[in-house]
Design a protein around this ligand. Structure first.
Ligand SMILES: Cc1ncc(COP(=O)(O)O)c(C=O)c1O
Length: 368
């Protein structure tokens, strides 16, 4: 991470304390109230929980600090993506999205098509050079999930903007510590804080961030009208998780960087992708636009049966979907219909000490 990220990480740890008065609790209270005392309508900071709640506002303030942009919280990453796309689209509008990105975002595209949105799917690697004529919103995911292809965000934004399209970047795999799409020209960031930001596999959460006040107002209004609001306890969990995000990320990225070259050298492993490897096709752009290479590694084993055997045998891999938790997790992505080989595994490196994790991975690979 760079100096600016370090400063944001330090500011985050002192963020709450700066607004405290004497005898206030140091820890964020969970204010779980659906409605607020309104004897009259003057000077009200809160009225009803669908419009605003202190606990999610506290987490929005943290996320705003990290993003350097106004932020609206949602009860999941998909709720955030949905709100951002609704704010940018409508019947007759055109959405371009990655054909190799998170499969539920593609399903959301198909859902939007039933409301009159025209959806164009383009592989991540072809997006920078795509024809944006007539496109209203471009949704990007870089590195793509699960293939880990990386595209040049700044170059894509320049071309998309010239054609009149806005760019929404799903920054879930990187977080604002490792990649800053808004600084690179994207109009909007969407993210699933369910992953590394909350970091403990115990909460779903998402956010939309943008420096365009009119867009953010539309997103906020969408949340109020659809009632897609996070709960106070979920916001509290994310608030707590965010305070250790940079520490966890440092460990996870560091370990991924140590283990990727060892995995690639193992005879059982094929076509490994990790943007931090100098030989990876994503490396050059990743090194330019990311301040860390992330904690996701993807690779193939011979076939589905071999991959399942490895995942079941390795005592340091929790077999589950999702990524970014304290523990290493992994799964075969074909089971979700991703366009990958049967033996393709997405591994999310956790916070285990690197050598202990490597011993377990190596033992199970050797046993294949
Ligand atoms: C890249 C990406 N975006 C969005 C989401 C959706 O997040 P959530 O599960 O919190 O709705 C996911 C979930 O896996 C994801 O991987």
């Amino acid at each position: 991470m760079d100096k600016a990220s370090d400063e944001r990480a330090a500011a985050l740890l002192h963020h709450r304390a700066q607004g405290l008065s004497a005898s206030d609790p140091i820890a964020l209270p969970i204010t779980s109230s659906a409605t607020f005392y309104t004897p009259d309508m003057a000077n009200l900071s809160h009225i009803y929980g669908r419009s605003g709640m202190p606990t999610w506002e506290a987490v929005e303030a943290q996320l705003a600090l990290l993003e350097g942009a106004e932020t609206v919280a949602f009860p999941s990453g998909m709720a955030a993506i949905n709100a951002a796309l609704f704010a940018g689209l409508g019947a007759g509008k055109v959405l371009m999205l990655p054909s190799d990105g998170y499969y539920v975002s593609r399903l959301l595209g198909a859902h939007l098509a039933t409301y009159g949105v025209k959806v164009i799917e383009v592989p991540t690697l072809d997006m920078t050079a795509a024809d944006f004529t007539g496109v209203d919103v471009v949704l990007i995911e870089t590195p793509s999930n699960p293939g880990l292809d990386v595209i040049d965000i700044a170059a894509l934004c320049t071309r998309a903007h010239a054609a009149g399209a806005m760019v929404v970047a799903d920054n879930t795999t990187m977080t604002p510590y490792l990649q800053r799409p808004l600084d690179l020209g994207a109009d909007v960031v969407v993210a699933a804080d369910t992953k590394a930001p909350a970091g403990h596999s115990d909460v779903l959460f998402g956010h939309v961030a943008s420096r365009d006040p009119a867009f953010i107002a539309r997103v906020r209004e969408n949340r109020r009208l659809t009632g897609s609001v996070p709960g106070a306890f979920e916001a509290w969990l994310l608030h707590r998780g965010l305070e250790t995000l940079d520490v966890r990320l440092s460990r996870m990225c560091d370990t991924a960087g140590k283990l990727a070259p060892r995995l690639v050298a193992h005879p059982a492993v094929k076509t490994l992708r990790y943007p931090g490897l100098a030989t990876d096709p994503s490396h050059e752009i990743a090194a330019r636009q990311m301040t860390g290479f992330g904690f996701l590694i993807s690779f193939e084993l011979n076939d589905a049966e071999t991959a399942e055997r490895f995942l079941t045998d390795c005592r340091m891999i929790v077999q589950s979907t999702s990524f970014g938790s304290t523990h290493t997790s992994g799964e075969r992505r074909l089971r979700w219909g991703d366009k990958v080989a049967p033996g393709f595994i997405r591994l999310s490196i956790g916070c285990e000490p690197a050598e202990t994790l490597w011993t377990a991975l190596q033992r199970s690979l050797d046993a294949l």
